[in-house]
Design a protein around this ligand. Structure first.
Ligand code: FES
Ligand code: FE2
Length: 439
């Protein structure tokens, strides 16, 4: 695989346009896995996935298969999911609970803290080798850390701390967790997995894009416009109608929302909605009950503050996109330059009325489910983009919408001049170039 020299990378990624090769060149994909996914903090999951000793789940960090465990002393570990004998994948289950992990090949057995517990026919090893064998515990991922229950890891031993990496984006996780009356979240209800034949970056370039809904999602917008108005009490379909009508909001609405970006390629869409327009209606008894529980816990002023945050999608570059309004989180796993799989999780707010989790599931079905009326449109477009970018002749992808109108904002953020600025894609590529060209 040919590596691309640094000066060529800088040619490919310019301030307001990028060369199509960054989406289609397998050599560049290899460099991304090595230098970007091999360095950045990546979200692995949430502590509620490994609540008890022995609980585990498997995931990946770029190319590396990873096993995340809860040990008997309560500590959390992340290991490369590879047997230290002759290299078999150690655990192939998505999740579960185990006292130890036995390799399917020759039975080497590892404890949940990674130490090698047992090896068959130990007598087969010379006496001097026994100590060395004992040291063949699982290889831990270089760094792990947590923020408000979210487990992150980095394959690089050095680099910014997790808090430095998140910067102001930590406040999007705060927004999500603070909405739980008991201050805690729980992943519940399984995982949606959707794969598409396109580059991994396409999904992160889509989630803050305010122009596309009126075009990509036109068919469902039209259906929703003709549907009966959302009622009270809410029916499950009302969430779909609200969301799809919002997708069809006029240009001036999209122009007036906010797009904020921070260092390291992160960004979020804010001022997108208010609770009466999109989320379960303010006059809805379930929402009132929920609000009352927050007030009982935090008082009126703090509750107003918590519910006053109106962010939509937040992207923590390069592997996660999430939103608090319906408690959805998506982890992006690149598989090849033109193949990606996205895992979607739904969260329960501890202490909130049960109906709110049903709304979460209803929303997941509308927007993130594999049979969703919305997601399927996006997936089709990702694949068309990938096919279009494979064509030679027109080599540049234009990212100049709003270029020159970005403004510095509080909290070391930069804000697009309008809500449809492509600032967030430019910002992702600025981070991309920094990762790929750093020594
Ligand atoms: S490869 Fe795992 S025990 Fe041999
Ligand atoms: Fe979309």
């Amino acid at each position: 695989m040919q590596m691309v020299p640094q000066e060529s990378l800088a040619m490919l990624v310019q301030q307001d346009r990028v060369h199509r090769n960054v989406y289609v060149d397998p050599g560049i994909f290899e460099m991304e896995m090595d230098r970007l996914f091999g360095r950045a903090w990546l979200l692995l999951g949430h502590v509620s996935q490994i609540r008890n000793a022995g609980d585990y789940f498997t995931t990946r960090m770029g190319r590396e298969p990873v096993l995340v465990t809860r040990h008997t002393d309560g500590s959390t570990y992340a290991f490369v999911n590879r047997c230290t004998h002759r290299g078999s994948l150690l655990c192939h289950q998505a999740k579960g609970s185990a006292k130890s992990f036995s390799c399917p090949y020759h039975g080497w057995t590892f404890d949940t803290d990674g130490s090698l517990q047992w090896v068959p026919t130990r007598s087969g090893y010379e006496p001097g080798a026994a100590a060395k064998i004992r040291e063949l515990g699982l290889r831990p991922v270089a760094r792990t850390d947590q923020y408000r229950g979210f487990i992150f890891a980095s394959l690089a031993a050095t680099g910014p701390s997790l808090l430095e990496f998140l910067g102001h984006m930590a406040s999007s996780f705060d927004d999500l967790v603070d909405r739980a009356p008991e201050g805690e979240l729980e992943i519940t209800g399984g995982v949606f997995k959707h794969a598409y034949n396109g580059n991994w970056k396409l999904v992160l370039e889509n989630h803050l894009d305010g122009i596309h809904p009126n075009y990509v999602h036109a068919s469902s917008v039209n259906v929703a416009r003709g549907a009966p108005d959302p009622g009270s009490p809410e029916r499950e379909s009302d969430i779909a109608i609200r969301q799809m009508r919002q997708n069809g909001a006029p240009e001036k609405v999209w122009e007036s929302i906010g797009i904020w970006t921070t260092a390291h390629g992160h960004g979020y869409m804010g001022d997108y909605h208010n609770d009466s327009r999109l989320v379960v209606g303010l006059d809805n008894p379930v929402f009132q009950d929920y609000r009352a529980r927050l007030v009982a816990k935090h008082g009126e002023e703090r509750t107003r503050e918590i519910l006053g945050v109106t962010r939509w999608n937040s992207i923590v570059y390069p592997n996660v996109s999430f939103m608090s309004q319906f408690r959805q989180l998506r982890i992006v796993h690149p598989l090849a330059v033109d193949r990606t799989v996205v895992y979607t999780y739904s969260f329960k707010l501890k202490g909130a009325p049960e109906q709110m989790f049903r709304d979460t599931i209803a929303f997941a079905n509308v927007v993130n489910g594999t049979a969703s009326w919305v997601l399927t449109d996006d997936l089709e477009v990702y694949e068309r983009i990938q096919r279009g970018l494979g064509a030679t002749g027109a080599d540049w992808v234009d990212l100049s919408r709003g270029f020159g109108n970005d403004v510095a904002d509080t909290h070391d953020t930069r804000r697009g001049g309008t809500g449809t600025s492509e600032i967030f894609v430019r910002n992702q590529f600025a981070a991309w170039l920094a990762y790929l060209t750093a020594e």
